[in-house]
Ligand binder design. Structure first.
Ligand SMILES: Nc1ncnc2c1ncn2[C@@H]1O[C@H](COP(=O)(O)OP(=O)(O)OP(=O)(O)O)[C@@H](O)[C@H]1O
Length: 532
């Protein structure tokens, strides 16, 4: 953001007046950048002095005014910034003199035109295309000053061009002389009128515009954007009081339009000068002047205002009004930036370059450490994933083992229940031999048969500790391990003929009990007793 630059210029006392001296008791005193109303005899009058960026007295030449206020804008315009300079002030205060000047002392416009071409010539690395247009706003209508056909031109607006005057002629120019010739043509078409205050009074606001396009001469690098900037040099019509100017008829009508549009300009400046929160809506659309100047007032433009003032005491109130306007304009900020137009290819190339720059930054010393940290984290994460998979596999195997053991347990329990429910009565047997065979051998006297001594079965079963890893032991070994102390000692066995079916029933029952017992212990050892 940068503030609008504001200068005040006092013209010499009107040489055309009967008494060319300022006259009266009061006068404006200039002290560097301060302007104070003083009484010639009594000194400063009540009221704070006005302070501006620059103040020029009657002795100031157009050359000095241009060099102080406008020259820097020309360099900026050639570099791609928009710029606007305009003269504001009451009628006959010296606006046209400041903008156009005289043969002896050319004004801002001819000086700016020459400077633009000089600067373009000095810029070796770019190619330029310069176009000019010249228009006036007369009675709130826009006329093209470079052609008589361009009358009542409409203002339009779109995203690409912003606010523009449709149908305005733009001449491509390549020298200052060419532009100055066009300007002379425009002056012929411009509305002037005779008033009591000015023999050649501007009855319209004029806007001379230079559009400057440039691109890099060396097109090897297609990334270079095209720059398009606009320089507006504006000579406003002056506010006037009818009783002073003595206008009537056409002139009165013109004066009404002039005063109204200047009032709108004042409103826009007032709004823009207010604190951001209170500012609210800016009434740019209330007049054609403020619409066309919109970018210069709070927009993307470097702007300088030269407020011209008359020194005579009879114009003190008008001058005070001009100084107040200038003071408010000083509070307005613009935000100017280089206007670049990128082709698609240029845009792509620019983005690629930005990515490359970011990548290089990442590879910088600081990011090297970061990359190592990232690498380590990635390795750690990979290890964690492997560990997670291994645990998942182990869990799955344990689950399968548990299911198998549960299945065995269920089977064995079923068998046990089957045995418990088996009650054999003596009636079921056809002879007593069969019945005897079911009796405990120890209590049966069988002199000729083999009797297996079962006394050992009453001993407590000694169960060996379970191996930690069941998979490492062959199933037979496991069985031996599990049944240590329970296996029948064959040497101790006395064979006895008996009822095979019944005997096998008993043997099965014994075997099942042991198996169930062992599986139960196995479960208790693996999962803890509560789960079973
Ligand atoms: N700084 C100056 N030095 C010498 N003469 C000046 C100066 N300023 C203005 N004049 C003269 O004063 C008269 C009025 O000036 P000018 O026409 O520039 O006023 P203006 O503000 O453009 O008026 P209007 O608004 O009516 O067009 C002209 O004769 C002009 O030559």
């Amino acid at each position: 953001m940068e503030k609008i630059s504001v200068a005040v210029r006092f013209r010499p006392p009107n040489p055309a007046a009967a008494d060319p001296s300022p006259g009266g008791d009061r006068e404006w005193r200039i002290d560097d950048t301060r302007v104070t109303l003083v009484h010639r005899a009594a000194g400063p009058l009540p009221g704070a002095p006005f302070v501006f960026d620059h103040v020029f007295d009657r002795a100031a030449t157009n050359e000095r005014v241009y060099g102080t206020v406008v020259r820097d804008l020309i360099g900026a315009v050639v570099d791609g910034f928009n710029a606007t300079a305009f003269a504001y002030g009451q009628t006959s205060s010296g606006k046209t003199f400041t903008m156009n000047g005289s043969d002896a002392d050319p004004g801002i416009i001819p000086r700016a035109v020459r400077d633009v071409f000089d600067t373009v010539r000095q810029t070796d690395d770019r190619e330029f295309l310069v176009r000019v247009s010249y228009m006036e706003i007369y009675n709130e209508e826009i006329n093209d000053l470079l052609t008589l056909e361009g009358r009542r031109l409409p203002i339009k607006e779109n995203l690409e061009r912003g606010v523009y005057v449709a149908g305005l002629r733009e001449e491509i120019v390549n020298s200052a002389e060419q532009v100055l010739e066009l300007l002379q043509l425009g002056e012929v078409n411009r509305h002037f009128g005779v008033t009591n205050m000015n023999a050649r009074s501007s009855r319209s606001h004029t806007i001379f515009r230079m559009v400057i396009e440039s691109s890099a001469k060396n097109q090897i690098d297609s990334e270079d954007p095209i720059r398009v900037s606009v320089l507006n040099l504006v000579d406003l019509a002056g506010s006037e009081r009818n009783n002073k100017t003595g206008t009537e008829g056409v002139r009165l009508n013109e004066a009404g339009h002039i005063n109204k549009s200047l009032l709108m300009l004042g409103n826009v400046i007032n709004k823009l000068s207010e604190n951001g929160k209170q500012r609210g809506h800016i009434p740019y659309r209330d007049s054609k002047l403020t619409r066309i100047l919109q970018p210069a007032l709070g927009g993307n433009t470097k702007t300088s205002i030269i407020c011209t003032a008359a020194p005579e005491e009879m114009h003190i109130e008008e001058t005070r009004g001009t100084l107040k306007f200038a003071s408010r304009a000083k509070c307005v900020s613009n935000c100017a930036q280089v206007n670049e137009i990128l082709t698609d290819a240029a845009l792509l190339k620019r983005q690629k370059r930005e990515i490359e720059e970011l990548r290089k930054k990442l590879q910088g010393s600081h990011s090297e450490g970061l990359e190592q940290v990232v690498l380590k984290l990635r390795n750690d994460m990979h290890k964690s994933e492997l560990e997670r998979d291994r645990l998942a596999m182990e869990l799955e195997e344990e689950r399968k083992l548990r299911m198998t053991l549960e299945h065995h347990l269920t089977e064995q329990q079923k068998k046990l229940e089957g045995l418990d429910n088996t009650s054999i009565s003596a009636d079921q047997f056809t002879d007593s031999t069969q019945l005897d065979a079911l009796k405990t051998p120890d209590f049966k006297y069988t002199p000729d048969g083999f009797v297996a001594h079962r006394s050992r079965y009453s001993n407590d079963v000694e169960v060996s500790p379970l191996p930690e890893n069941l998979d490492n032991i062959a199933s037979d070994d496991l069985w031996t391990c599990l049944n240590k102390g329970c296996v029948t000692d064959l040497d101790m066995l006395e064979m006895t003929p008996g009822l095979k079916r019944k005997a096998s029933l008993l043997q099965d029952a014994t075997s099942v009990r042991y198996s169930a017992n062992l599986i139960l212990r196995l479960f208790t050892t693996i999962y803890g007793g509560s789960n079973i």
